[in-house]
Design a protein around this ligand. Structure first.
Ligand code: MN
Length: 715
């Protein structure tokens, strides 16, 4: 069993001059709270935190990490509380221990294995401090080393999880020694037969190759020395699991896996690395495509080295790595190598600097040669703007940080979002604007009657939820406007004895729709509902359209136009000052239209009669029957007005006059014309106009008709 003195010794080596009291204190505390607990192996439980702390010390981590490693299980497995940890060891240690405890709660069931990538991301996202992951990895490593004390089924489960989750995390952080060890132990338990087979094959070939390996190493050493360089040469067998993967992935026999032995040359400086490369290439013929310069272009996890494969003695392919001592250190422990407590500087700012590589990776995307490698590596951004949550079935979904149950519901399905009525997080009902946290289990409650609320737009975070809610509201408003608009149109058309539904199907309506700038009749009707267009405007345009086929005869045209307009109901459009809801009618003598100055006179039993203020008949009426009136501001009505047209007859004259009235959207209510012997024409038309301005426009247009000599409103 590891002793505390071993740990302190190692930590002192890695952190010269540092105060190691915190490690000692953590040891005493951990021993006290774990007292009496045993491991499955029968050893005192304390052996586990000691081993974990030792692994961390070997990785040259700072004293805080080593102390936190010693304490990593106390909150979960003993009566110790997070508050106690903080009081005794400070908030930094508490934060790390909390992180490890939280991570331990994410267990990977069989159904979740296929989501390995999501789980890795989730774990990385949970660890807002990299040391949390390093401790978790050390914890897992020791648990793997003592896996044989579990039942076989449990062993397989843990081993599979290690292969799926923890070994890849170690690889991405560049801690290859740990990745290799985790994989080889796991391999032993997931596929015992394959493991044993490869172990024996390697052992046998080792004997055969021993002399060869020695020979290659001697040649390299000799060449390096004669070039005046200093360096170490190592020959190393590939790990069983990576041989297994290579055989499986590339469908190779064991004999065909040529690079079972790797050679590594470690020199003191970068220029010497290239010098050695030159020596090797002069010695043996390189295989071009196998050469990789990770010194000039480090891997995103900071790995640096030169890789080359050459045809060695006897035509055997051999793989050689060339690097400096420093690079070798990074290759062994990856990011952890940068965590060391060096020159009295605290790790945190330094590490945040180290993490600039993630930023770099994103910014220098175009410099990445292998886009797949790039994707692999950005995914381990340790501080992502994402949270990872579970569905009740155990599926993992990722969401933008700050996302709420509403966002989650829309992520699951649009219909789930639209019918959301409530949400449970970790089994408890929560307000809909609750921000989700990584690891939460989120359950959405829906009801057929549920529907989105405008308020949700105030707190949703995802683009999808926002867009879907907006869309729903818009559709809803459009539906309302559509039914309102349809009702208004039907009413307006009815006034003109027209059936709106029939009108909708006519080609005229199609043109009207286009004239208003809409694509569909639905849009036009909705815009009536929104209040952007009055139904009367539509009626006018609709009637202004000449009917299909040329009209050959003036009389029939006029008849046709008049036919569309019959006697009209009494209408308002005038406000009587101080009186609501009073019956109003318009005097026939002067036919006032909006824009005309008007007066009202009370008629017993008949309400108020509206005259133009200059009407002679009105002037005769007694002053005590007078009442003040005014036009409504928004008048969606037409008013009959009589006009007289004088012209010299010609073919098509009446058609031209009539079409100038129609063109302006006015209806002809009645028409009377007389052609005299001297070829002059006298025409009297009653037309429906909106106001004086509308009337004047029509009069002006008729005036321009060829041979028209005069046109005026009849007083
Ligand atoms: Mn543990």
């Amino acid at each position: 069993m590891i002793r505390i003195s071993d740990i302190l010794e190692r930590a002192a080596e890695a952190n010269p001059g540092a105060d190691l009291d915190i490690i000692d204190k953590a040891y005493v505390y951990s021993a006290r709270v774990h007292a009496g607990q045993l491991r499955l192996s029968g050893e005192p439980y304390l052996s586990h935190p000691l081993e974990v702390a030792y692994i961390l010390a070997q990785m040259n981590l700072d004293p805080v990490s080593v102390a936190a490693g010693m304490l990593h299980d106390v909150v979960e497995d003993t009566h110790a509380t997070a508050e106690e940890i903080e009081a005794m060891f400070g908030s930094e240690v508490r934060h790390i221990v909390d992180g490890v405890t939280k991570m331990s709660k994410v267990t990977v069931s069989d159904s979740r294995a296929r989501q390995a990538e999501s789980i890795r991301k989730m774990l990385l996202a949970m660890a807002d401090d990299l040391r949390v992951i390093l401790i978790k990895l050390a914890d897992r490593l020791h648990n793997m080393r003592t896996l044989e004390y579990h039942k076989p089924s449990k062993r397989r489960e843990i081993a599979t999880e290690t292969l799926d989750i923890y070994a890849p995390i170690a690889a991405r952080l560049g801690i290859y020694w740990m990745k290799n060890e985790l994989e080889d132990i796991a391999f032993q338990h997931t596929e015992p037969e394959a493991y044993e087979n490869i172990r024996q094959l390697v052992a046998r070939s080792r004997l055969e190759r021993e002399a060869y390996v020695q020979n290659v190493m001697d040649i390299i050493r000799e060449r390096i020395e004669s070039a005046g360089l200093q360096g170490r040469v190592l020959g190393r067998y590939k790990k069983y699991f990576s041989i297994h993967c290579k055989m499986k992935d590339q469908n190779l026999a064991f004999e065909d896996v040529y690079d079972i032995i790797g050679f590594r040359i470690i020199v003191d400086t970068v220029p010497h690395c290239y010098e050695v490369l030159g020596i090797i290439h002069a010695l043996w013929k390189p295989i071009d495509i196998k050469f990789k310069d990770y010194i000039a272009r480090p891997k995103s996890n900071m790995y640096q080295s030169l890789h080359t494969t050459v045809i060695g003695p006897g035509g055997m392919r051999i793989e050689i790595q060339i690097r400096t001592e420093e690079m070798d250190e990074v290759a062994k422990s990856g990011i952890a190598a940068h965590w060391s407590y060096k020159e009295g500087r605290r790790a945190s700012p330094k590490v945040s600097q180290q993490f600039a590589w993630i930023q770099n990776l994103i910014e220098n995307q175009e410099n990445i040669r292998d886009p797949r490698e790039f994707m692999e590596n950005v995914r381990i951004d340790l501080f992502p703007d994402e949270v990872y949550v579970f569905t009740p079935n155990g599926d993992i979904r990722s969401l933008t940080r700050g996302a709420t149950p509403v966002d989650f519901a829309y992520l699951i399905h649009t219909e789930v979002g639209h019918h959301l009525t409530g949400a449970k997080v970790n089994g408890r009902l929560v307000p809909l604007q609750t921000e989700l946290e990584t690891g939460d289990v989120v359950e959405i409650i829906t009801s057929p009657k549920g529907h989105p609320s405008k308020d949700w737009l105030g707190f949703v975070k995802t683009v999808k939820a926002r867009a879907k809610i907006r869309q729903w509201i818009k559709t809803q408003e459009k539906e309302r406007s559509l039914s309102l608009g349809r009702e208004m149109c039907e009413k307006a058309f009815r006034k003109y004895r027209l059936n709106f539904s029939t009108a909708l199907k006519s080609p005229e309506m199609e043109k009207v729709v286009g004239e208003f700038g809409f694509k569909t009749a639905e849009d036009l009707i909705a815009s009536v509902g929104y209040g952007k267009i009055t139904p009367l405007q539509i009626v006018r345009r609709f009637l202004a359209k000449p009917e299909d086929g040329a009209v050959t005869d003036d009389a029939s045209l006029i008849k046709k136009l008049i036919g569309t307009v019959r006697k009209r109901k009494p209408r308002t459009g005038v406000t009587v000052k101080g009186v609501d809801d009073i019956l109003v009618r318009f005097a026939k003598c002067c036919q006032p239209v909006p824009g005309d100055p008007i007066v009202g006179y009370i008629t017993r039993g008949a309400g108020v009669t509206i005259h133009r203020s200059d009407c002679v008949n009105a002037l005769k009426l007694s002053a005590d029957r007078y009442i003040e009136v005014e036009w409504d501001k928004e008048v969606a009505e037409v008013y009959p007005v009589k006009i007289r047209v004088n012209a010299v007859d010609r073919v098509g004259l009446l058609v031209d006059v009539v079409s100038n009235i129609s063109k302006n959207g006015a209806n002809i209510i009645s028409a009377w014309t007389e052609t005299r012997d001297d070829h002059t024409v006298d025409g009297l038309f009653t037309i429906g106009v909106a106001d004086t301005e509308h009337l004047n426009r029509i009069l002006n247009d008729i005036r321009k008709v060829k041979r028209v000599q005069g046109v005026r409103r009849v007083k």
